[in-house]
Design a binder for this molecule. Sequence first.
Ligand code: SF4
Length: 71
Amino acid sequence: MSPAPDFVGLCAGCMHARVVESRRGSRFWLCELSRIDPSFPRYPPLPVLACRGFQPAPARAAPDTPERSSQ
Ligand code: SF4
């Protein structure tokens, strides 16, 4: 189960964030900026409330939104 966006903070809406799932089903928020800038933690402590690297992610469909059936 993924943490609610309020708990994650800025990473939940950042284009540099990627959710990584462990074999045991735990989910972690990975900061892709850490690959090119070591001043960013690979797994930032949550919630991230302020971040100089934050860039809004493109809009995407909510994962829990049920698909509409054509009737
Ligand atoms: S740049 Fe900041 S807000 Fe974006 S994923 Fe990394 S830590 Fe999170």
